[in-house]
Design a protein around this ligand. Sequence first.
Ligand SMILES: *Cc1c(COP(=O)(O)O)cnc(C)c1O
Length: 394
Amino acid sequence: MHINSLTVKELPDNRTTAPHVLPIYATSSFAFDDIDQGIDIFRNIESGHVYSRYANPTVDTTAAKIAGLETHGLGLQAHAVMTSSGMSAISTLLLGVLKAGDKVLTQGNLYGGTTELLTAVFGQFGVETVMTDLRDLNKVEDALRDEKIRLLYCETPANPTLACVDIRALADTAHRHGALCAIDNTFSSPLIQQPFAHGVDFIIHSTTKYLNGHGNSTAGVIVGADKDLMRKYVWRAMKLAGTNCSPFEAWLTYNGMKTLALRMKSHCANAQALAEFLEKHPAVGRVNYPGLTSHPDHELAKRQMRGGFGGMLSFELKGGLEAGIRCMNRIKFCTLAPTLGDVDTLILHPASSSHLNVPKEVREQNGITDGMIRVSVGIEDISDIASDLEQAME
Ligand SMILES: *Cc1c(COP(=O)(O)O)cnc(C)c1O
């Protein structure tokens, strides 16, 4: 072989023993032994990787871990695909499930990006979004009489008021009317809430948040309750829309997940303690945390969450917008950042950031007041988190 060719030539993989941890398969395609193997893989007779947009070993192993967490103890065989972000998990699912003329039934207090995706983007393709209070099952039943509703899409607990909806009741009602049911389980992670136990068809996550947990990757996942659902609605859409996850992002997620149980335990304990601390504070008007008996959905949350109530909470300052901004500007230990689910405590003022473009009336209809502050409670020592908030509210 010419020396110039030697520089180009892919050498045999000289791996001898198996790697202890999952490697990053940074390869766009996979080589076949011979043409017959290639044909069999393309025809799905033999399993094998072809092209990383379709599937990649690092990404598949990470997806399988998430499917395993979402079905642990349930006796189900769920399947998952990872995508490039939480938003791409949602858009891929919608692309796979919906066609022009279909409608989606959902709640008004979804993650902001999801609302905009449904109305502004899918609206362009003749998909209509119907919003109702999913806590009112009579309204849900009424809305589902419209047989154009193909999908019931929900989020619980919802951002930033932590309002909860009854997953079991919604999934059953959707199914009775021939619709599918999907849930965004980002806020809880499968350690705290397993929606397949309550009958949903699809779960999506922004793995960017708790599953990764360290704020160093952006990715998403769609988990289907069985292989047929994934085959029918998701795999083709993912492959053709090209919303696949990069092996590097999957690898970061995979590593992050190893401490998920430890982290969630700590997030839950810290959030519960901070919620109780804030509830007693004279500057605080109201605290939204499903683990508080004062939360309107506490009993429901107890039924469908376990091991704690997650790491997200919000609270209202009596002094309104001015007090909210003042408190945010005085934060020292915690970080002002719009993401959530990281190991460190992140604070956001919805009225001046995530919900700045939402009209005040709409905001208030959904319980998002001017003085509301959202906290993604981290796993630091609780004394540092609580004393930072205390000095900021002084
Ligand atoms: C962040 C988030 C998303 C979007 O995920 P990205 O990874 O940012 O695309 C969707 N749903 C919820 C509940 C989220 O918090």
